[in-house]
Design a protein around this ligand. Structure first.
Ligand code: CA
Length: 525
């Protein structure tokens, strides 16, 4: 571990900001002189804001090039800018938003970067070669789990090119109002997860028989088209491989088990014939999210992820950012950055839907910032949201998808999901991500069986203590050892290595697998 610098340091998020964040452990005392010549007029705690210039009363205090508040009094350069000096901007209504007004400067395309992936018939690319066992209903989870253990122990060793066998367990499928309008969300989520690029187009469904979510409803005709050599749909459908436990042919549990193992073998044979091939970095489909956030999330890890997001978009790849409740206060920035009015309207539609969903549960979103957030230097929800949105980089937003939908285009995509870590990851998986990036400050051992999860620590201390759980340490940005750009590039290179299977993430190494958690806003019965 390199020694962090002890020189007084601050981090500015944008060239037009008039405040910066003090990064030194324990904060800095009055009289501290920075390399820029700025002198502190008073003590400023770690992760809190210092005025870089004189700010007049009523003037916007800008961080991330966004007004996070308005000065209640004149704030001289070198002052501590805390929440009591700021008037919080009014909550954004969903009317009168700027629509596609910002046209980010097009950056030069990033070419020449590749990874080794599994090309699928539909043109998508997997980063792992996994047999996934889809389930229509929770009732079959025990049987599926029993069979997956046996497949792994008895069959998988004979198919060395298959990475893993994964049961797609979930709690949906029966006892639910399946015709409620919002039931479409959990149903299409399970469907689209089974079609994730990491499963090679091999779909195998275990059904009970009497459940509400029948196999034909989960994967209706057209879900798995037969393709020609050029990957074009032929108009015909592949027959759905369904094993029904209540089938009269099954006499005894072992009959079901034998049937499932027999069917699994056919899928394993086809998956095992696949080989990695060199594909352009544009085939990456990256889902980004944060969880267990701290004051440094928006200073170190999220900006580095944002820089990497720009690299990926320049390389022609797809990046999804999500978490409705953590971007809601920055909606004006997002609609302004939309590539077209249609994209902006789609974003507004998602926010309005979620506002109504929260209202139904009588939730007051002004309660979002915690005492810990404020102690850590986040003055209000606007500033917190800005720290989360920064993961999306600086490019124009080219598309929006609703919860559980599958991506149909490349570029920077807003995938509407709750901020809940498990639900966000599950929905990004359904959207078709083949690589997941997760930033954390407090620390979480999060991982998924279906797709590699690269975890980025916001602080040196977390990276030191969790050295065999965190894949990237963005804390070095705060200690001045690395720049945002350097960590962003490091993450980009690691993504190509992990996507290629050359490196495993720590969560893969230890097989840390969280459950799939469906978002079901519809009633249960
Ligand atoms: Ca989250």
């Amino acid at each position: 571990m390199t020694e962090p610098s002890t020189a007084p340091l601050y981090i500015t998020m944008h060239a037009l900001d008039n405040v910066a964040i003090v990064v030194n452990d324990g904060g800095l005392p009055a009289g501290t002189r920075f390399a820029s010549g700025l002198v502190l007029r008073e003590k400023v705690p770690q992760a809190h804001k210092v005025a870089l210039v004189d700010i007049a009363q009523g003037e916007a205090v800008r961080r991330y090039n966004v007004p996070i508040g308005y000065a209640l009094q004149a704030i001289p350069a070198g002052s501590w800018v805390h929440e009591r000096l700021l008037q919080m901007p009014a909550a954004r209504e969903l009317e009168g938003l700027p629509i596609a007004t910002v046209k980010p400067e097009p950056l030069p395309p990033l070419t020449g970067y590749t990874f080794e992936g599994y090309r699928n018939a539909d043109g998508s690319v997997g980063t792992r070669n996994i047999l996934a066992v889809t389930q229509t209903v929770q009732f079959v989870a025990g049987v599926t789990s029993f069979c997956v253990s046996r497949i792994k122990a008895e069959l998988l060793p004979r198919y060395p090119h298959v990475d893993d066998v994964v049961a797609l367990e979930h709690t949906y499928g029966c006892g639910v109002a399946i015709d409620a309008p919002d039931a479409v969300i959990p149903i299409r989520t399970v469907r689209n997860i089974s079609l994730n690029p990491n499963f090679g187009g091999e779909v195998m469904v275990i059904s009970l028989g009497c459940e509400k979510l029948q196999p034909e409803r989960l994967l209706p005709p057209g879900s798995i088209p037969i393709r020609d050599e050029r990957g074009q749909a032929t108009g015909a459908d592949a027959p759905l491989d369904t094993i029904c436990l209540q089938d009269e042919a099954h006499v005894g549990f072992m009959s079901m088990v034998d049937h499932i193992l027999r069917q699994a073998e056919g899928h394993l044979q086809r998956l095992n014939a696949r080989r990695r091939e060199t594909v352009p970095a544009s085939e990456l489909v990256v889902g980004v999210q944060c969880g267990g956030s701290d004051a440094f999330s928006g200073v170190t890890a999220n900006p580095a992820v944002g820089f990497c997001t720009d690299l990926l978009v320049r390389a022609g790849a797809t990046v999804m950012f999500s978490e409705v409740t953590e971007v809601r206060d920055g909606i004006d920035q997002l609609t302004a950055r939309a590539a077209s009015p249609e994209v902006a309207q789609a974003m507004i539609r998602e926010m309005a839907w979620y506002d109504a969903y929260l209202n139904q549960g009588r939730v007051d979103r002004s309660a979002n910032t915690t005492p810990g957030n404020k102690k850590g230097g986040l003055s209000n929800i606007v500033e917190k949201a800005m720290g989360s949105i920064v993961k999306s980089g600086s490019y124009a937003i080219t598309g929006v998808i609703s919860p559980g939908e599958k991506l149909t285009q490349k570029g920077l995509i807003y995938a509407a999901t709750p901020a809940s870590d498990f639900i966000c990851g599950t929905l990004q998986l359904a959207a078709g991500m083949n690589l997941h990036v997760f930033t954390t400050g407090r620390g979480t051992p999060y991982g998924l069986a279906e797709v590699p999860v690269i975890k980025v620590a916001t602080r040196n201390d977390l990276a030191r203590r969790w050295h065999d759980l965190m894949d990237v340490n963005a804390g070095r940005i705060a200690s001045g050892e690395k720049t945002i750009e350097q960590v962003g590039w490091e993450l980009f290179e690691l993504m190509l290595d992990v996507a290629s299977g050359r490196k495993k993430t720590w969560a893969e190494q230890w097989k840390l697998h969280n459950a799939l958690v469906l978002f079901n806003p519809a009633p249960v019965t």
